[in-house]
Design a protein around this ligand. Structure first.
Ligand code: ZN
Length: 410
């Protein structure tokens, strides 16, 4: 073998040995020479890798941490991708990092889904309860709608209205809207069309009947084409069913006063009161087919006698009427017939006429049609004649009439 060939072979072997040594060193790196090159970054996501978030609120990433070979490298992480919570859908955020020698790229992804399960919010402009007189013009004030994801949806609001200003009644305007995700919302405005016009409509009310006097009062009302409200006592109904039927037939309102009119019993507890009240209501319903929605507290809501039996009961009862589907009425004009039996007709008449001429917004006159109130019947005749001649008309209370409430004293 030539000398030059020997040298070449020796060099090749040396190179192979060197390469093998390098590869072994690289592979096992026992002296840690290539540690920095070989280091693999570690990215740890805080929170879940799959996040479902409700649209509308700004997206806040739960964050991440990164380490390279035990050294914190969080601030080297590159974050790509963003979440637009004004648009539902799937988003990806990518967190990537190389080691300190810009090698070994590591990427971690987080999937974010923006959903929309929140209904829009409708705001009714102006009053949610509007009162009008028959014949008045109704202009709806409209509504606005806002959705967390879709923004302003006011233009998409659908309005349905039952308002008929030609006829007195309780009407509704319904506003409805849906967002792109199909969540819907509804709001309602109540429109009450009433006959009320600055005291020209008077509401005569009779408590404690029915009795034989009630028939005389019904005859008088008929004569003047007038309507009234009868706050009946349930225990007086048996035997007088025909009177109640006639009241309904002739357009009067039957309202609930009490069953027993026994203060000690009905004002002993709210439960006792409602039990007594419902007994009367059910009886009226049974006799007339109509369920009363108006009531009056014996003694009025302002009575203090109830405090002898249950402290604070009137405060409780007056807040419970709505949940029992009632409106309660007190009065602002007193005939004075509660002061005794046989109060002179003239006195009752003067009390009532002066009260009516006060032109209360809602004049509600208190009278009694129990058997001992004969002078009341005579006074009704005089009032109907005089007030009708002065241009007043008489109507029955219903839920379209603004309630007249006393102050509560117990
Ligand atoms: Zn009474």
């Amino acid at each position: 073998m030539k000398k030059s060939v020997k040298i070449t072979v020796a060099v090749l072997i040396a190179l192979c040995v060197a390469l093998a040594a390098f590869l072994l060193l690289w592979q096992f790196d026992v002296f840690g020479i290539f540690k920095e090159y070989k280091a693999v970054p570690v990215i740890t996501l805080a929170g879940s890798k799959k996040i479902v978030t409700e649209g509308g609120e700004p997206y806040e990433d739960p964050g991440y941490k990164a380490e390279i070979d035990g050294v914190d490298a969080t601030d080297r992480v590159k974050v790509e991708g963003s979440v637009d919570t004004r648009k539902t859908g799937d988003y990806v955020i990518t967190y990537s990092l190389t080691n300190f020698k810009d090698r070994n790229l590591v990427s971690v992804q987080r999937a974010v889904t923006v959903t929309d399960n929140t209904a829009p919010v409708i705001s009714v402009k102006g009053d949610k309860k509007v009162r009008l007189m028959v014949g008045a013009e109704y202009n709806d004030a409209g509504a606005t709608a806002a959705d967390k994801v879709d923004g302003d949806l006011s233009k998409n609001i659908k309005i349905e209205s039952t308002v008929n200003t030609a006829e007195k009644g309780k009407y509704t305007v319904t506003y409805s809207v849906s967002d792109k995700a199909g969540n819907s919302a509804k709001a309602v405005r109540e429109v009450i069309v009433s006959k009320l016009s600055a005291g020209s409509v008077v509401y005569l009310t009779f408590d404690d009947g029915p009795s034989e006097n009630t028939i005389k009062i019904l005859d008088l009302l008929k004569k003047y084409d007038a309507h009234a409200t009868f706050f009946v006592v349930g225990s007086n109904i048996p035997g007088n069913e025909a009177i109640l039927k006639r009241m309904v037939k002739e357009g009067h309102t039957i309202a609930v006063h009490t069953y027993t009119h026994d203060y000690a019993a009905i004002y002993s507890s709210p439960e006792a009161f409602w039990k007594d009240n419902e007994k009367t209501r059910n009886l009226v319903k049974k006799v007339t087919g109509k369920t009363p929605v108006i009531m009056r507290f014996p003694g009025g809501a302002s009575n203090t006698v109830s405090a002898d039996y249950c402290k604070g009961i009137m405060s409780t009862l007056t807040t419970q009427t709505k949940s029992h589907n009632y409106e309660y009425f007190d009065w602002n004009i007193s005939s004075g017939d509660a002061e005794g039996d046989g109060v002179p007709t003239k006195s009752l008449y003067v009390n009532m006429m002066s009260g009516i001429r006060e032109n209360y917004e809602t004049p509600v006159v208190l009278m009694h049609d129990s058997g001992a109130k004969g002078t009341t019947v005579q006074a009704v005749a005089l009032v109907l004649k005089k007030a009708t001649a002065e241009g007043y008309s008489f109507d029955a209370l219903d839920e379209t009439v603004p309630a007249v409430h006393h102050g509560v004293n117990n």
